[in-house]
Design a protein around this ligand. Sequence first.
Ligand SMILES: Nc1ncnc2c1ncn2[C@@H]1O[C@H](COP(=O)(O)OP(=O)(O)O)[C@@H](O)[C@H]1O
Ligand SMILES: [Mg+2]
Length: 285
Amino acid sequence: MAIIEAINIKHKYHDGTLALQGVKLCVYSGELLAVLGPNGSGKTTVLKHLIGLLKPSEGEVILEGKPLKKYPSKEVFQKVGMVFQDPNDQLFAPTVWEDVAYGPSNLGLEKDEVERRVEESLELTGMSHCAQKGVNALSFGQKKRVCIAGALAMKPEILLMDEPTCGLDPSGVNNLMSLLKELNNLRGLTIVMSTNCVDLVPVYMDRLAIMHQGAILKVGNPEEVFSEEDIIKQASLDLPQVAQLMHILRNKDNVPMDKLPLTVSQARDFLAQRITGNTSRLNVA
Ligand SMILES: Nc1ncnc2c1ncn2[C@@H]1O[C@H](COP(=O)(O)OP(=O)(O)O)[C@@H](O)[C@H]1O
Ligand SMILES: [Mg+2]
């Protein structure tokens, strides 16, 4: 079922830039959806429309069956949370605790409930030990986690993440993506994540939408979308690295393959079977 949907939204910024040229995007309840596109393709602009920070020049956003513009913004912010690309644009309170408490306090919740939410959100994001720390004393990765904690403290149904892995080191990327997966599994949180990192998508995401020049070129699961080589090229993207290797083996070295392995795990299964004839690991994630 669609939890939130963009119906042919167009957006023109004040300087005349037509950033969205009629975006159609349906987000299903409980899914992990990537909006994948190069810089400037309109990812941030789309996410800001899904939480009502930007209004479409044409078209509309439907949240749980009702036009977003009909909701009071307080209600939207309870249903939809957004984590910005740069945590420094989001954090503003002196300490971690105060920052995470800001949203729920503004909802007018009881002090106990605010405390419960802050504790729980810091726990979920692994940041409890930094509760009293100044936000300026945090590492970049820790700041990102505090931003996620702040969004979770609002108990949203949908979490929008704008390029969440940008600026993180490799272990930071894996930790953050595992956290998103866990939040999705544990809480059934619907997550829409913008990214230009193709490698992450088949490992962590259920579906992806390819964006290019303010339009969505294709939406589907990773197998469906990454089999459309022309669309990937048109969007100035590459296949995931593993898939590039497997693609060369298939197309240049004539190694027969029914479908292109997209992840290390899928490629390992395929190659192990070819080399050893052993199928014992097949279909193991
Ligand atoms: N505040 C703004 N004013 C004018 N143009 C903007 C503004 N923000 C973004 N744009 C333009 O809109 C287009 C899409 O930008 P954006 O949504 O930030 O893309 P992405 O997030 O994919 O990098 C780009 O051409 C960008 O220059
Ligand atoms: Mg962006």
